[in-house]
Design a protein around this ligand. Structure first.
Ligand SMILES: [Zn+2]
Length: 187
C-alpha cells in the first residue's frame, strides 16, 4: 500500500539574524546581536523607541531606531506596551523585518539563524507511489534556501539532494510562506 500524503512544515527560527556594523570601540566590522530589549524615551510630546543590539566582541550597544520623534497617538497602545515590557516575540519579529533594517542601513547575517521544523499531516490518500506534498509555513523572512532546510531536516547532504532532486524541486530557491513542492519517496 502506498500513500500520497500532504503535510505542512512549520519553520520557526530560534534566533534572530545578527547585524554587521562598524564597532567604534573594536575599530572594525563586527557582528551585533539582538538583545531583545527595547529602549523607550519620552521627550516632551514625542517618543523614541529603539531595539538594542550588542557587539559580540566588546558588548557595546547599538540602538536600532524603531520610532523617531513620533507622536504617541501614532503608536498603537498595545504595541507601545510591548516595547515597555521588552516583549521578546516582538523584538524577534523586528529583528527579521527588512523594512527596519533598510531604514537603519544594517546588513543582516542569516547564517547563524537556528530553526526548528514541526511537521503536521493535513491529508493522506492511498495511491500507487509513495510521495509527500509539503507546504512550508514560515511567516518570517528567514532567507533560508530550500536545499539547506531539506538537508537539515532530512539529514542528507546538499550534494546528494542536488543529484537526486534538482530536477523536481527548486532547491536553490529561498523558502517562503505557502511554498509547496512534492517530495518523492526515493530521494
Ligand atoms: Zn565592539
Amino acid at each position: 500500500m502506498s500513500y500520497y500524503q500532504k503535510v505542512e512544515w512549520t519553520v520557526t527560527p530560534k534566533t534572530a539574524p545578527k547585524v554587521i556594523r562598524n564597532c567604534p570601540k573594536c575599530g572594525e566590522k563586527t557582528h551585533y546581536i539582538n538583545s531583545t530589549k527595547f529602549r523607550v524615551n519620552a521627550n516632551g510630546k514625542n517618543i523614541d523607541v529603539w531595539l538594542i543590539y550588542n557587539c559580540n566582541k566588546c558588548k557595546s550597544k547599538w540602538n536600532m531606531t524603531i520610532h523617531e520623534r513620533t507622536n504617541p497617538k501614532d503608536i498603537d497602545p498595545d504595541q507601545y506596551d510591548r516595547y515597555i515590557r521588552n516583549d521578546k516575540e516582538l523584538a524577534h519579529q523586528i529583528g527579521f523585518d527588512p523594512v527596519f533594517h533598510k531604514r537603519n542601513h544594517s546588513e543582516l547575517v542569516y547564517d547563524s539563524v537556528e530553526f526548528d521544523v514541526s511537521v503536521n499531516e493535513i491529508d493522506a490518500n492511498e495511491i500507487t507511489l509513495n510521495s509527500q506534498e509539503i507546504t512550508i509555513r514560515c511567516p518570517l523572512n528567514i532567507n533560508l534556501r530550500l536545499d539547506k532546510l531539506l538537508a537539515d531536516h532530512l539529514n542528507i547532504s546538499r550534494s546528494k539532494l542536488s543529484k537526486t532532486l534538482s530536477e523536481v524541486i527548486p532547491l536553490k530557491k529561498k523558502i517562503c510562506d505557502g511554498m509547496t513542492f512534492v517530495l518523492p519517496s526515493n530521494y
